[in-house]
Design a protein around this ligand. Structure first.
Ligand SMILES: Nc1ncnc2c1ncn2[C@@H]1O[C@H](COP(=O)(O)OP(=O)(O)OP(=O)(O)O)[C@@H](O)[C@H]1O
Length: 453
């Protein structure tokens, strides 16, 4: 399907010349700007600072990708740019004017589509125009064009539940594009789709963008996916750990359409990956200290699998190769790499993840041996120490899950604390440092773990 060409036909049919191609990245007018943007949320544990002094300019003609680890504030930044939430301090401006409410120059595409199930495709697409008070006749015509553009023709009268995920997201795109926003804001728009659908939709959107027919002048794309950012963006900004500011910016000098086989493509993915994992000297920031590093969402089985794979490969390997062997993308591999590093079982040397001496012993040990080594490693992790101390201080060595989650939440949100406690539970049980009764939600210190004398 070539949506760009079909739209071209449509426009020509109406005698309208296609819009001129946009200027190259960086040369266009500044459409959106964040200056000293700071955002904190109020929570039960006090203020949670999320963004700290973000400086960002989005110019006509560019696609800007925002990357960052989970919880670094990417969606918060996007919502501030859209004017959906106010900054705590600093400003967001559209065409030089500070926002005082919703940004009139942006429209948003959401990860979860956010369609109204009781409305048809056409009615969903027209929603944004209704809010602008546009007449019914013009709404219908604009919706028809957006539906054509995005390859939804034939589905106008369908309800969202009749559509596949990919078609639903097309409705999300059509609904945003129908208002012809200056800047299209996209919050992980492909991450709820299966791999092939996401790939197809990305390709079609890029084709439209490159043809100059995309009815928007700039795009801000929030993503977890490094390869997606390198494929789509002219500029990649990486948010640092929370409270996030822009940690590093990468210009993407690769010609469009991007050649995934080119050395420059792979090299940039690698550079961004190393920056996101704090493994580059270029930024000078290094990894977050142990006290700040959250427990990654990495189960023991997966960590052991990665350690064994490294051992089979002679003790070290490039992350991209590991990801391929494990059937993961680089982003899926990150928590496992973080896990092994946090536990001191592996470290990054140049471009390779390499087992440490302890990691080599872990990978080669029998079950009891690997449990003993794991217990030794786990005891060094600050969050695990916090849990073990708490268990030791309580009579009978028992503590309720809520209490431990509350302790962990001093460093993060309740939601993150719950996720960290899940990892801690998996690690601590395997290491036989404590037992967990899931029915009663109670933890109990083990008398003698495998690492105890
Ligand atoms: N409305 C809110 N109230 C309180 N805390 C919030 C709110 N929205 C987000 N947070 C917290 O702010 C932090 C940043 O969230 P945000 O969704 O912006 O990050 P993100 O980088 O987009 O994360 P992810 O990649 O996991 O989606 C998280 O710790 C989150 O729990």
């Amino acid at each position: 399907m070539n949506a760009a060409r079909r739209l071209l036909g449509l426009l020509r049919g109406r005698g309208t010349p296609p819009p001129p191609p946009e200027p190259p990245s960086g040369d266009g007018e500044v459409l959106l700007a964040a200056h000293g943007l700071t955002k904190s949320y109020a929570g039960s544990e006090g203020e949670l600072p999320v963004l700290a002094g973000v400086e960002l300019r989005v110019r006509a003609g560019e696609i800007v990708a925002v990357l960052g680890r989970s919880g670094s504030g990417k969606s918060t930044l996007l919502r501030c740019l859209a004017g959906l939430i106010p900054p705590s301090s600093g400003t967001v401006s559209y065409r030089g004017r500070p926002l005082t409410g919703a940004n009139p120059g942006t429209a948003m595409v959401f990860q979860t589509f956010a369609l109204l199930p009781w409305l048809t495709v056409r009615q969903n697409v027209e929603l944004g125009l209704e809010a602008q008070g546009i007449s019914a006749r013009r709404r219908t015509e604009a919706a028809r064009q957006a539906i054509e553009l995005i390859g939804l023709d034939g589905f106008e009268s369908a309800y969202p539940k009749e559509l596949s995920g990919g078609m639903r997201q097309r409705v999300g795109f059509a609904r945003a594009l129908v208002v012809e926003p200056d800047v299209l804001l996209m919050d992980e728009p492909f991450s709820a789709l299966d791999v092939l659908t996401a790939e197809n939709l990305r390709g079609e959107l890029l084709e439209l963008w490159e043809s100059g027919l995309f009815p928007t002048r700039a795009v801000v794309l929030v993503t977890h996916n490094i390869e997606e950012a390198v494929l789509m963006a002219d500029r990649i900004v990486v948010l640092g750990p929370r409270p996030g500011a822009i940690h590093t910016t990468f210009e993407v000098p690769l010609e469009r359409p991007r050649d995934r086989q080119s050395p420059g493509y792979a090299e940039l993915i690698d550079r961004v990956y190393r920056t996101m994992t704090g493994r580059t000297g270029a930024t000078g920031t290094g990894r977050t200290g142990p006290a700040e590093a959250p427990l990654p969402e990495a189960g023991v089985d997966a960590l052991a699998g990665l350690a064994e794979l490294l051992a089979r490969r002679g003790g070290g390997c490039e992350p991209a190769v590991l990801a391929e062997e494990l059937g993961l993308d680089l982003d899926g591999l990150l928590p496992l790499v973080d896990g092994l590093e946090l536990l001191g079982l592996a470290e990054t040397v140049e471009t390779e993840l390499v087992l440490t001496e302890l990691g080599t012993a872990f990978a080669g040990a029998d079950v009891q041996g690997s449990k003993r080594i794991f217990a030794e490693a786990v005891r060094e992790v600050p969050q695990m120490r916090l849990i073990l101390d708490s268990l030791r201080q309580h009579p009978g060595g028992t503590v309720r899950a809520g209490h431990l989650a509350g302790q962990l939440a001093r460093q993060c949100t309740g939601e993150q604390a719950a996720r960290q406690l899940e990892t801690a539970t998996d690690w601590g049980r395997y290491a036989e440092l404590f037992a967990y009764d899931a029915d009663r939600r109670v933890y109990r210190l083990e008398e003698r773990g495998p690492g105890d004398p």
